[in-house]
Design a protein around this ligand. Structure first.
Ligand SMILES: [Mg+2]
Length: 267
């Protein structure tokens, strides 16, 4: 991990755009929350930054590229929050759900032992009166505490940890912190694996970028390192496996503008 360089000052930037202008194929991999959309206390109100949808629409229609949203959210949420006119490939639940460009949907189910623990944490939190903080996804459960006072955040964390440990989780299951909560999910699939799988399907040496913001994006940055460009999208820079840093929303919108401007030249 190191401090990423500002993309706006990156020496490789102009070469990257030049390469995109002549690319026969390219990849744009995007996290959702914190990257395309600012956080919101109500997670179903976390809509994209103004201007993102208008810029993504024409990028998605370009025939020589592949745009993929990779998120910890379930696909059902992503479809509601990012209602593009064009179908877009999405990986939800940290790579356990896959909505293909042609509308096909696949889900990698949990094992019965993993499911038992996810159910135990979910019902335990609900029984203790925290149903508003619990998000049951197709293959995970998240406990959210965005916007709550510190003491309540600590109580929620401790309650979730106790329920998780008490359910005797199998080795494959983990309780993973994210920006404002914890999530119980299987280790057997991560955003990093999604990025690796997508890269393996595509020709080498094509322009490829992964934009993300959270700790769960770090393994994605690690995968794209050496093959393409990892960009951390955050108001404040921090240490990361990403090489570069963008500040949302202005620099993100500028990035998408340049993407469209250059990628459409090669069509
Ligand atoms: Mg994120």
């Amino acid at each position: 991990m190191r401090l990423p360089v500002r993309w706006e000052e990156a020496g490789v930037r102009e070469k990257f755009w030049r390469d995109l202008r002549t690319a026969k194929r390219w990849l744009l991999l995007l996290d959702y929350d914190g990257t395309l959309a600012p956080f919101h206390v109500d997670r179903m109100k976390a809509v994209p930054y103004a201007g993102v949808v208008e810029r993504l629409e024409p990028v998605v229609t370009l025939p020589n590229g592949r745009v993929v949203v990779i998120s910890g959210r379930q696909i059902e949420d992503l479809k509601q929050l990012l209602p593009l006119r064009q179908p877009i490939e999405m990986w939800g639940s940290h790579g356990r759900e896959h909505l293909l460009h042609d509308g096909q949907y696949r889900v990698a189910d949990l094992t019965s032992d993993e499911r038992r623990v996810v159910d135990a944490v979910t019902s335990g939190m609900i029984e203790r009166g925290f149903s508003g903080q619990v998000e049951l996804k197709p293959t995970a459960v998240a406990v959210h505490w965005r916007g709550l006072p510190d003491n309540e955040q600590i109580m929620l964390r401790e309650t979730a940890e106790k329920l998780f440990a008490g359910a005797k989780p199998p080795e494959t299951l983990e309780m993973m912190p994210f920006e404002s909560g914890v999530e119980v999910r299987s280790r057997s699939r991560t955003k990093g694996q999604v990025v690796a799988d997508i890269l393996a399907e595509e020709p080498k040496d094509i322009p490829a970028v992964f934009l993300g913001d959270d700790w769960t994006d770090e393994d994605g940055f690690a995968e794209i390192c050496g093959r393409g460009v990892g960009i951390l999208v955050r108001p404040e820079v921090r240490e990361s496996c990403a090489d570069y840093h963008l500040t949302p929303p202005e620099e993100l919108l500028g990035f998408l503008d340049r993407w469209l401007e250059n990628a459409k030249v090669s069509v």
